[in-house]
Design a protein around this ligand. Sequence first.
Ligand code: NI
Length: 403
Amino acid sequence: MFVVRDMLLGMGTVAFDLKDRVQALLPSMLEMRRDFHRHPELAFQERRTSAKLADHLEKIGLEVTRNIAETGLMARLKGGKPGKTVMVRADIDALPITETTGAAYASVAPGVMHACGHDGHATIAAHVATLFSQMRDQIAGEVRFVFQPAEEIVQGAKPMVEAGVLEGVDRVVGLHLFNQLPVGTVGVRPGPSMAAADAFTLTLHGKGGHAASPHLAVDTVVIASHIIVALQTLVSRETDPVGTSVVTIATVTAGDGAHNIIPEVAELKGTLRTFDPTLREHLMRRIYNLASGIAAAMGASAEISWRPGSPAVVNDAPLTERFRGIARELVGDKLIETPPVMGGDDMAEFLNRVPGVYFWVGSADASTGRDKPHHHPGFDFDDERTLPLATELLARTALDFLK
Ligand code: NI
């Protein structure tokens, strides 16, 4: 039993048993998570999810602003005493995947699925709000709940920031469920923990022609091949091996299916993953220089367009240390230091501006088959055990960060 005593102001020996209160919320959490799971919505289409959350938060007495960045929302819980402002962030969108779990609460939206656990994230943050609404007088400061849309396309956080949700915020905290870790485990690392993820499209312009007369054409297929191979040297030969980065070409498009036509245009789509902002800029420049240099040398031209993603997720080191102390009390040696993840998350947009922590909560249960990786059509997690643990941990962290 954990008794929250140190954040009570002027309450003397009044004790507040967080664990029992969280356990009492379990039926409500399961109902909400499974409802969201049954009705997933894609990026910037989370109207039902957002409205349900807003209704819940209004009902428990929070000051709610709806429709921020289209389908996001913010809910403010002002404590009984003045103090710092801590933002709790959750993402709410689903993925374009057809679910195969066969669960009773499986998606009823064709081709759309909560395959990343954001149904869990939204539920956890909403119930931290419920918990805090029951102890409002004892909270010194403001806890601001931000539910952002469109994390899966890393486009939701930035417009939320531009709409002002970070104004006056001193610290931010958020979590991601993690099916690579068993339920009961918590992971975190100080400093860079998730990569910046930028997408690019390289378009090559050559000269089309008959496949039997290559000397009269400029063959974009051959040029694209040279570029693809040369791009592999950016990480292997130009980047400090101690650093971590990825350059991947994921889509190659040229020609229309003919056997006898040299295509005039070829298109390469890829992603760049980095942790260091200087390296990120360097590699963005080098990808274009290398591609355009090779294209020019072979008589073609190249252009590039970038869809910049979010920056790297960087955890504040002192706050991470504080978080570790809290997590250790809850899960003991099941607290681990997770390696950096090459996936991106636009939680970075908040952490880039305000110090905070983004942590992982293990959610897999192999005994019930709920241990598939994120973004898998069979993805599901152990909600009965993960939701209470994650809610208690997030609540305790937010309370600590108010200090
Ligand atoms: Ni996710």
